[in-house]
Ligand binder design. Structure first.
Ligand code: SDX
Length: 436
């Protein structure tokens, strides 16, 4: 970042001395006002619940232009990456800053394949869960538990050891998610088959059984790989900020990523794909497209607490480019399966059309986000609804790691410790129990 010749001057109507604050420019996007010395100079904090106007860090990984609906990973438009690259190339790009050449890709993919198995003891963690436990509850436990097995990766400040942990996390997430699924249906775990692609191996571990050969469907494989690419990173979203804040204490990478998994679970964030599919199924049960008007009335009624899941975004005030790509992937997968007339997909398209023409949504700039169509694709591939967010976590692990790494090597890195506006009781004395 570079110092702008523009300055911000904060003046006070009560005659307190004004304060000049430096302004910094990035390579693209909004400038920032550096308020780090504000408290020392004025004795006041800024106040920004939900961080609507707060840049928590400088980053070179992902850039989002919310007004234009643009998303760049290390400068490459998501549309180009999703159609011309695969998830392994995208992982390399997010971690190291550039797309790999042929040799770099071969070596990276081999390294990832070398870590796909998990310690045999890990399966005993699963036995502690009920068979109907939510996969995200299982994943929060399993990812944190990795630190109990892989000590070599547990030193956040040792670059070489941190790199081992990142390979282990990227490699083992598919294995763990597939194990959570197999456990829930009482089927035996399937070991990774490293001759398969990253997405193909995941499909194999999810749907193969020891009884017969499983052949990976190339259309599903490509669709899943694209879903991973679209979910890989997204600037300083809630779960990424959680990983950064958790990692800023110096804890191990497994614990920091487990915190990201826990945060992603929420329906306002990564849990929206599951909530969106459940919403579509509810509307379908009520009568489908004919009931959309009634549903929209509920959504626009503040007291109903009903939201159009998969719609709206803190940053995108235009169409989420990932939603467009997800819709295209939907069409490809449904066509491959002969499900062009899938009722839920038709219902989602009808909901989108109605919302985009409705003043409530237009005024608030609410558009489909990445979660609106992703559930329909995953359901068509045969993935259970409860596993959607675990797959989001699987894909986002590389983004969380890239952001964690960037924070650790940032010269401005220090433990995150926000302050508050205190509105509670001022000092008072304890009254003895019998007098209260
Ligand atoms: C992800 O941050 C990221 O980058 C996240 C993510 C990533 O890749 O990491 O992109 C992934 O989490 C996508 C978002 C998935 N969540 C959902 O689809 C859940 C539904 N969406 C909403 O909960 C909401 O839109 C949020 C949480 C996504 C954004 O919330 P904001 O930015 O705090 O916006 P807001 O709640 O202040 O909404 C502004 C207005 C409000 O109405 P008013 O008070 O102004 O009258 O829009 C309304 C909201 O009530 N609104 C919605 C709505 N989303 C916002 N009304 C109905 N349905 C919705 N979905």
């Amino acid at each position: 970042m570079k110092l702008s010749d523009n300055k911000a001057t904060l003046s006070f109507s009560n005659g307190s001395p004004s304060v000049d604050l430096p302004v910094y420019q990035g390579s693209v996007g909004p400038d920032v006002i550096d308020i780090r010395k504000l408290y020392a100079q004025t004795g006041m904090f800024t106040y920004d619940p939900g961080f609507l106007s707060t840049a928590a860090c400088q980053s070179a990984i992902t850039y989002i232009d919310g007004d234009k609906g643009e998303l760049l990973y290390r400068g490459y438009p998501i549309e180009q990456l999703a159609t011309s690259c695969d998830f392994m190339e995208t992982c390399y790009l997010l971690l190291y800053g550039n797309l790999p050449n042929v040799q770099e890709k071969v070596s990276f993919v081999k390294t990832i394949k070398d870590h796909t198995m998990v310690n045999e003891q890990m399966q005993f963690f699963l036995r502690g869960f009920r068979r109907d436990a939510h996969p995200m509850g299982i994943m929060t436990g399993l990812v944190g538990a990795l630190s109990a097995f892989y000590h070599e990766g547990s030193d956040l400040n040792n670059q070489k050891r941190r790199e081992i942990a990142e390979f282990q996390l990227i490699s083992k997430m598919p294995t763990l998610v597939a194990m959570a699924y197999k456990y829930s249906i009482g089927q035996p775990y399937m070991y990774p088959k490293n001759h398969l692609s990253y997405a193909g191996n995941f499909l194999h571990m999810m749907f193969a059984t020891p009884c017969e050969e499983y052949v990976v469907n190339p259309v599903m494989e490509r669709a899943l790989d694209r879903i991973f690419v679209l979910h890989a990173d997204h600037e300083q979203n809630a779960s990424t900020s959680t990983v950064r804040l958790c990692g800023s204490s110096g804890t191990n990478p497994f614990a920091a990523i487990a915190a990201g998994v826990a945060c992603l679970w929420g329906p306002a964030h990564g849990g929206a794909n599951e909530a969106c599919l459940n919403m579509l199924e509810d509307i379908q049960r009520m009568g489908g497209v004919s009931k959309v008007g009634e549903f929209m009335t509920q959504v626009k009624d503040k007291n109903s607490g009903v939201k159009l899941m998969g719609f709206g975004h803190r940053v995108y005030k235009n169409y989420d480019p990932r939603a467009k790509l997800m819709q295209e992937t939907c069409k490809e997968v449904l066509a491959e399966l002969g499900l062009e007339n899938d009722p839920l997909f038709k219902l989602a398209m009808a909901l989108e059309k109605i919302a985009l023409e409705d003043d409530y949504f237009v005024q608030r700039k609410l558009y489909p986000n990445v979660d609106f169509y992703s559930g329909i694709v995953q359901r068509a591939i045969g993935i259970p609804v409860s596993l959607f967010t675990a797959i989001f976590a699987l894909a986002r692990t590389v983004g969380w790691i890239a952001q964690l790494n960037e924070m650790i090597v940032d010269p401005e890195y220090k433990i995150g410790r926000p302050r508050q506006l205190f509105v509670g009781s001022t000092q008072r004395d304890v009254v003895p129990l019998e007098q209260r």
